[in-house]
Design a protein around this ligand. Structure first.
Ligand code: BES
Ligand code: ZN
Ligand code: ZN
Length: 496
């Protein structure tokens, strides 16, 4: 989709379709929709007065202009109640209007961006483009039948009235495109099946990002990781024929900037291993590399936005399968930290590979470590499938994440990791076990990981719920969501 910015105002611009937004009546018309109404001799006000368009949130109404305006059609799109308006609704409204236009078979439209409510032209543009791109995402890579029926919008023209507007809109639109482009790449990786999206493919993807953006990259084979002491990562990787990879991607290396480590769980398929999962919905476990996808694409966005931070992306990537060589319940593993773990369930594999990755990240002496992982079903039970579980050892870092979350609409909620919970994972034969009882499952995952970050400020994001959704949301189609990318990028943009 080609998004460009041109000079112009709504009522004078010739287009296939002119998009206009308005609040729920009886709010008076404001901005471009008011200009169009005047030019059109009050046609839109009449429509609204007669109750044919109420402006309810996400309402869409297409009208033909019959030559009354240079544009052939107008799409009126509702923003809901003015006092309830915020950027989350704006992203949703952009998405819903875009989907309506696409599904009507219209291939291009124009839209004049003006400041609205308390938001600047640049913000309006960034979040419009974000909502639009995210809402129009489709995963059609493997559909071979009736491809001609797939509809897409080819061109969007954003109109700015003044040179200053054009400048701001261009800036906002550029940022929105970069960030949502990264989210879509993450979604492609998550939606991609595990016979394609293997650890090798993740490593290839990382190499490609490194090549395109002159970043440093290191890909360790399992044998090399094992030789370094990563006994937990190596144990999980051993059960599969598909070779595991330990990926380290670095942006802005050696420039003396603050270092942030981003660690992503990269299980490309989680069968549970010897503690095998029930087969129902097991296909969903191709999404167990959502953390890895978010880390990779966040680094890409950070480069494109030229964020002044030294970022280290660390991705332990492997399948978790049962086989004659697979690790087993009762095994004791020696982690890179030197601490030992008794395996109770081979299905609690995420925390094992992350343990080694977290320890590995300490070498870079980061100012903060953030890990993202589809870690526990228990987190979904606790918070539902719309909310990220937030855990950490540092108040200020957790606050930063919460602030970023307010801006991006990716909901986070804190869960405690008090020392008392450690009792649950004490082991008779090793330093600790990899699972406790059924109680506090998401927290136990967090407590376990906390043992591998020493005193470094750290946050763990359990994205098991929102990584993959069965029911679409306003600008998030069902399937892999790319959750965490916008949150991380926002955090890094606002870092101080
Ligand atoms: N990848 C799963 C967690 C998961 C479950 C993600 C459902 C998304 C949806 C993880 O590796 C796992 O299997 N966790 C176990 C932990 C248990 C054995 C302590 C779980 O949640 O059941
Ligand atoms: Zn598992
Ligand atoms: Zn898993």
């Amino acid at each position: 989709m080609d998004i460009r910015v041109e000079k112009g105002i709504a009522e004078k611009y010739p287009s296939e379709l002119l998009l206009l937004f308005s609040f729920e009546s009886p709010e008076p018309l404001e901005g471009p929709v008011k200009g169009v109404d005047l030019e059109w001799k009050g046609f839109l006000s009449t429509l609204i007065r007669q109750g044919d368009f109420k402006g309810e949130l996400f309402q869409c109404r297409l009208v033909h202009t019959q030559g009354a305006l240079p544009s052939k059609r107008v799409l009126l799109a509702g923003l809901g109640k003015k006092e309830e308006f915020d950027l989350e609704k704006w992203r949703g409204a952009a998405s819903k209007a875009g989907q309506f236009i696409r599904d009507s078979g219209i291939k291009q439209f124009a839209f004049q961006i003006k400041r609205l409510d308390r938001f600047s032209e640049e913000e309006m543009a960034e979040y419009f483009v974000t909502g639009l791109i995210l809402g129009l995402y489709q995963f059609n890579e493997f559909k071979t039948l009736e491809r001609e029926k797939i509809k897409t919008i080819e061109k969007v023209i954003l109109l700015g009235e003044t040179e200053q507007d054009i400048q701001s809109i261009g800036e906002g639109s550029r940022k929105g495109s970069i960030i949502s482009g990264s989210v879509c790449t993450a979604r492609n990786l998550v939606n991609g099946p595990s016979n394609q999206v293997t650890p090798t493919l993740l490593a290839e993807k990382a190499r490609q990002i490194a090549r395109d953006h002159s970043m440093e990259i290191q890909v360790l084979e399992v044998s090399e990781a094992e030789a370094m002491g990563m006994g937990a990562f190596a144990a999980v990787a051993r059960g599969s024929h598909e070779p595991g990879k330990f990926i380290v991607l670095e942006y802005n290396k050696g420039k003396g900037m603050d270092t942030i480590a981003l660690v992503g769980k990269g299980i490309t398929f989680d069968s549970g291993g010897i503690s095998i999962k029930p087969s129902e919905h097991m296909e969903r476990m191709k999404d167990d590399m959502s953390g890895a996808a978010a880390v990779l694409t966040t680094l890409q966005a950070a480069f494109q936005l030229q964020i002044p931070l030294h970022l280290v992306g660390i991705i332990p990537a492997t399948e978790n399968l049962p086989s004659g060589k697979a690790y087993k319940p009762g095994d004791v593993l020696k982690t890179l930290s030197g601490q030992t773990v008794e395996v109770i369930s081979t299905d609690a594999e995420g925390r094992l590979i992350l343990a080694d990755a977290l320890t590995f990240s300490l070498d870079y002496q980061p100012k903060a470590i953030i890990d993202l992982a589809t870690l526990t079903g228990a987190c979904v039970v606790a918070l539902g499938d719309d909310v990220i579980g937030l855990f950490g050892n540092n108040e200020s870092l957790q606050k930063k994440i919460e602030e970023a979350s307010q801006k991006t609409g990716e909901k986070v909620w804190r869960l405690p990791i008090w020392d008392e919970y450690f009792e649950y994972i004490k082991s008779d034969v090793a330093d600790f076990k990899n699972v406790g009882t059924r109680a506090a499952g998401a927290i136990i995952g967090g407590i376990f990981l906390s043992k591998f970050v020493e005193k470094t400020p750290w946050v763990h994001l359990d994205i098991a719920g929102p990584a993959f959704i069965e029911k679409e949301r306003p600008y998030i189609p069902k399937g892999g969501t790319g959750v965490g990318v916008r949150l991380l990028v926002q955090l890094l943009r606002d870092w101080r």
